[in-house]
Design a protein around this ligand. Structure first.
Ligand code: SF4
Length: 292
């Protein structure tokens, strides 16, 4: 007998992999191989899966990722239109401006969808991996925005303050991210040998730590700017037995793949949708663990 599912109030976050690619080749990207062969990708099937998940958890968060969600604004609009306003919606993007599409086209799209999109998470790294739109454009976005920066291998730590200051005046917060493929339950909260944490504490004012069994965030401040350092495990299911002896698969993320298949984890495990309809909810376990 498979374990029943459990998730937090509102439902597991649903991450949608868009059925079209980006034009970058970041060295830490684990999604790129999936976009090498686009046979079977289906906007129609993705939309059906969005509708299924909305019916089961009408208040869960949706995240669009890729590939590049904003590489095809017409398709992104079709998917966004499937999501009622009961959900928070996040878009992970490099905010590209491709030939044939102007800055104004992108800004117009975001303006039209500003009541639907909760926050746009824009990838910018200390080494230049992605095709970038002008920084000034980020200051003109009509929606909340965050810069996501993966601190990969030997990043130039002395340039951290300049990197943060680059976004001053754009209204963006900055989130530094650990390469999650390297995170384990043992290292998630281990601080002694976390050189990124040490670098950030050296340059910025530490404000506190929040987290749960799956992920955490170290919070900093610099000249009025909000900075976080995010760590997460490379999988999203935790198996746990409760005080009554019932063992649950506790789901944090659900994934809609490019072909519309629904998975219960990043590791390729299909979601048993029938079982998820009977999911048990627990209080959100994300909480402040330290505050300065
Ligand atoms: S932009 Fe995103 S999807 Fe594209 S290569 Fe970089 S990490 Fe991968």
């Amino acid at each position: 007998m498979p374990n029943p599912y459990k998730t937090r109030e509102g439902g597991a976050t649903v991450t949608v992999f868009v059925p079209y690619d980006c034009r970058n080749n970041c060295p830490f990207c684990i999604n790129k191989p999936e976009y090498a062969d686009m046979r079977g990708f289906s906007l129609k099937k993705i939309c059906k899966s969005i509708e299924r998940m909305d019916k089961i958890t009408p208040r869960c968060d949706f995240v669009f990722t890729g590939g590049e969600p904003m590489a095809n604004l017409d398709s992104l609009q079709v998917m966004l239109d499937k999501i009622p306003n009961t959900h928070r919606v996040f878009i992970n993007t490099t905010l590209p401006v491709y030939p044939g599409e102007t800055e104004e086209d992108v800004l117009g799209f975001l303006e039209r969808n500003k009541d639907k999109i909760t926050c746009i998470n824009i990838s910018r790294h200390m080494q230049k991996y992605v095709e970038e739109s002008p920084d000034e454009m980020i200051g003109r976005l009509p929606i909340p925005r965050r810069i996501n920066c993966v601190l990969y291998k030997k990043y130039p730590s002395e340039k951290l303050p300049a990197f943060v200051e680059r976004w001053k005046g754009t209204g963006a917060s900055v989130q530094f991210r650990y390469d999650y493929t390297d995170t384990t339950p043992e290292t998630l909260y281990r601080e002694e040998d976390d050189h990124i944490l040490h670098d950030l504490k050296k340059y910025f004012t530490y404000k506190g730590l929040d987290g749960c069994r799956m992920r955490n965030g170290y919070h900093f401040e610099h000249d009025g700017m909000e900075i976080t350092y995010h760590k997460t495990l490379p999988y999203s299911t935790i198996v746990e037995t409760d005080e009554n002896g019932v063992t649950y698969d506790i789901l944090y993320d659900i994934i809609i793949k490019q072909n519309g298949d629904i998975h219960s984890d990043w590791t390729g495990v299909p979601l048993d949708v029938k079982r998820y309809r009977k999911v048990v909810f627990e209080p959100n376990d994300q909480k402040w663990l330290e505050r300065c």
